[in-house]
Design a protein around this ligand. Structure first.
Ligand code: FES
Length: 105
């Protein structure tokens, strides 16, 4: 496992939203209500970008077909069409003055 720094803590604020690409992985770092969240950047249903999703009350809702996922573990809460897998979520790691993610080498 290796630490990948994503952002300096000083740059985080509520409504922060930024995408990061690590090899083939597209990540989305967001902060809401003081809580940083790290998820895959596109919807597991049909790949719509999640930087335009709505986030409310622990639920992220994709803008395209309104699928809903739990922010804490990514499970599907509501599907409007065919079933899809859950949203990949990642633990945020703090190291020094940066926030990042641990990923396999
Ligand atoms: S692409 Fe996100 S709900 Fe369909």
């Amino acid at each position: 496992m290796r630490f990948y720094a994503l952002e300096k803590l000083i740059n985080l604020h509520d409504n922060y939203t930024r995408q990061f690409k690590i090899d083939n992985l597209q990540l989305l770092l967001i902060q809401r209500l003081g809580e940083p969240l790290l998820i895959e950047a596109t919807c597991p249903h049909r790949g719509h970008p999640l930087d335009v999703a709505t986030i409310d009350n622990g639920i992220i809702q994709c803008a395209l077909h309104q699928y809903q996922f739990a922010i804490d573990d990514g499970r599907v809460l509501h599907a409007t069409e065919e079933p899809c897998r859950g949203l990949r979520t990642f633990e945020v790691i703090y190291e020094g003055n940066e926030i990042g993610v641990m990923l396999d080498d």
